[in-house]
Each structure stands twice: as structure tokens, then as C-alpha cells.
Unconditional design. Sequence first.
Length: 231
Amino acid sequence: MLKMHNIRKVYRTDTIETHALRDFSLEVEEGEFVSVTGPSGSGKTTFLNIAGLLETATDGQYLLDGVDISKLGDSDRSRQRNEKIGFIFQGFNLIPDLNLFDNIDVPLRYRGFNSKERRRRIEHVLQLVGLSARAKYLPAQLSGGQQQRIAIARALAGEPRFLLADEPTGNLDSEMAAQVMELLESINSAGTTIIMVTHDPELAARARRNIQIVDGRVSDSKAAPVAPVAE
Ligand code: ADP
Ligand code: ADP
């Protein structure tokens, strides 16, 4: 479970102080699919980056699976991130001159898995996203939707408990966005907790819960209307 209590995040430059999050409290249960919406500049990315241990809060409490994150040093925080968190971004962030297999391999090498284990994981996630036949392709040889599916595969290869997505469909046309959303839904059904920032109200409504952030605070948190999907 992810639990934030009275999180505050202040960005300081020489002349400006920005309160990106204030009195920010939220709980996300294991297995939830939460969408996050709100005006531009309201703090959505800051929330996701703190939740994903890419940034630290200025103060407040953040418990991830009972671990008090504010008490961790940099290396323990990195370890928690590598073990528990997967990220996907609007821009896919694939390495252009590496084929798809090797793109997925990069973070696995970094974490020191042996080649047999890496291969097992890569083949498994390529199959999950339906792109096994393209393992040797370069990113530019795929559509945007396929590139995002590879970025999702790369995140899943770490076997994360939490998948954090920042505008994952922002660069995709509506048909590809729907495919990516279906993939995220099946990943969530398999047990991974998902938190997704989106501007798209239709996609936001498909999540089981929507939270709205306004001026750095949770302004609304409610179960989304149940979409009429077949089980
Ligand atoms: P959103 O994702 O909702 O658009 P952000 O979390 O990106 O909002 O930003 C929240 C506020 O914090 C904005 O005012 C933004 O300008 C500011 N901000 C975000 N990141 C930084 C940073 N690294 N340095 C200074 N200000 C930042
Ligand atoms: P393994 O088969 O190696 O035991 P897991 O079942 O633990 O792998 O799954 C590895 C990752 O893939 C996890 O993050 C899990 O959430 C995800 N996953 C598992 N099954 C599916 C599925 N059917 N669809 C999407 N993602 C899945």
C-alpha cells in the first residue's frame, strides 16, 4: 500500500519558491487502478515523481509497503525504486539505436541479473505486450502505440508492484491510446497497482478511481462510474 500524509514539496530557485504540493494526503491500496487528473501545473507530475521515488518530499510522511521513505538514504531509496516501481512516460524514452530486446535489457543489466534470467524476463514481457516477433526491430520501425507497449514491457520486466504512468497516451491517436489502455487494464488485472496521470477524461473515467489535484492538493477522490465492460 502507498500512503502519503501531509506531503509538501517546495521547489526553490534564487528568486522563486513554488509550492508544488501542499497538505497532500492519499492512500492507494494494492491492486488499485487510479487515474490522476487536474489542471496543468497543479502538481500531478510532482506527485508521481515522489510516489515513484524519483524525487523526495520537502516534508510529510510517505509509506510505501510500510517502509518510511523519508527515513531512507539515497541508495536505499534507489533499491526500493528498482524493486517496486515501474515507470512509463508520454515520450516512451526508448534508446533509438538499440533494438527492442536490448532496450528492455538495459535496466535488467543495471540491476545485475544474469543473462538467463534477463532473457527469461524479456521473452515473457515481449509476449505480454504482443511484440515477440519484433524483438530485433529498432524503435523507429514501430508505430507510436507499439513503442509505448515496448516501454511498458521494459517497465514490467522489473516485475514492479506499482506501475506509474505519466500521460502514457499523450502522444498517441485515440485508437492506439485505447490499445495501450487495454494493455494497462490487463496488467492491473494481473495484480500490478497502477497510477496514471492523464488529460483524457475518457481514459481517466475507465480507471476504478479518479483523483483530482488542484493547486497541489487532492481536491476530489472518487470511484469512477463503472464502465460497462464485459468480464
Ligand atoms: P503538472 O504535472 O500538474 O502539470 P507539475 O507537478 O509538473 O504539475 O508542477 C507543479 C508546479 O511545480 C508548477 O508550478 C511547476 O512549474 C513547478 N515545478 C515542477 N518541477 C519543478 C522544478 N524542477 N523546479 C521548479 N519548479 C518546478
Ligand atoms: P512470472 O511468469 O515470471 O512469474 P509474473 O506473473 O510475476 O511473472 O509477472 C511479471 C510481471 O508481469 C508482473 O509485473 C505482473 O504484474 C505482470 N503480468 C503478469 N501476468 C500478466 C498479464 N496477463 N498481463 C499483463 N501483465 C502481467
